[in-house]
Design a binder for this molecule. Structure first.
Ligand code: FES
Length: 249
């Protein structure tokens, strides 16, 4: 080692695993990829949802999935790889049936996010970025979920688990493990990471309106403003559009 070797900041800084040729992508998935492409004026704009569809079928961004996306879109596999390895929501190794995220950015960290992450590592017996041997859970450290008013926040399959405590986190994993119904605090009941990925690909599961979408902490300011009769100032631009009516939202 020269002493000047590049050391990646992330443990999993490798690319898509080209040695793993397992795939479940078949004619139906390819037809759905074409359906996604047809939604955009420029077909290559469909790459992001197509990659979510790859994950929903293969449990990761598979090498086969990369090649199929490239073929359908008429772009190179290097271009697809560049996108798939840029965004952290795309997984280069198989994720679990349930993908657990723990936010450890500032507010969540102050409120105990790091403690929750350590607890999850110990309970699941895996490190962040890993999947349990039985394939049920994978674990990830998350950046801010824009849900700081509910810190510390965890996510299961991208659904919010607000205001977590060590006890609630323990019960959450136990309930998922035993197949009991788990409900997001602001969202639908938990299905699976693969099903959530299919929704992100643009195929709704009909659960979007299930459960509350906003919680009391987010609505506190609005509540106070209503009680005190506060309204937002009217900008010249909005006055020109709506006749100067204050925004009541
Ligand atoms: S810091 Fe965790 S949601 Fe913002």
């Amino acid at each position: 080692m020269s002493g000047h070797e590049f050391v990646a900041a992330f443990d999993d800084a490798t690319g898509i695993d080209t040695h793993d040729d397992q795939t479940s992508i078949g004619d139906q998935t390819i037809a759905e990829m074409r359906e996604i492409m047809a939604r955009y004026p420029e077909p290559r704009s469909a790459l992001l949802p197509m990659l979510h569809l790859v994950q929903s079928v293969d449990g990761r961004i598979s090498d086969a999935g990369v090649k199929i996306c490239a073929d359908l879109l008429g772009i190179s596999t290097a271009q697809v790889n560049g996108v798939a390895t840029f965004y952290t929501m795309y997984k280069r190794r198989p994720a679990g049936k349930h993908h657990i995220g723990v936010c450890t950015t500032t507010v969540c960290a102050v409120m105990g996010g790091d403690v929750l992450l350590d607890q999850m590592k110990a309970k699941l017996g895996i490190d962040e970025g890993e999947t349990t041997a039985d394939g049920v859970f994978s674990l990830e450290r998350l950046e801010c979920n824009a849900a700081c008013d509910f810190a510390p926040v965890m996510m299961v399959n991208w659904e919010f688990m607000d205001s977590m405590t060590p006890e609630k986190a323990d019960a959450l994993i136990d309930n998922l493990q035993t197949g009991r119904e788990v409900r997001s605090t602001r969202g639908a009941h938990i299905t699976s990471w693969a099903e959530a990925e299919r929704v992100l690909a643009g195929f709704p599961d009909g659960l979007a309106d299930e459960g509350p979408t906003a919680g009391p902490a987010s609505l506190a300011g609005l509540q106070i403003a209503r009680e005190k009769g506060w309204t937002s100032p009217v900008s010249p631009a909005s006055a020109a559009i709506d006749g100067g009516e204050p925004d009541e939202r």
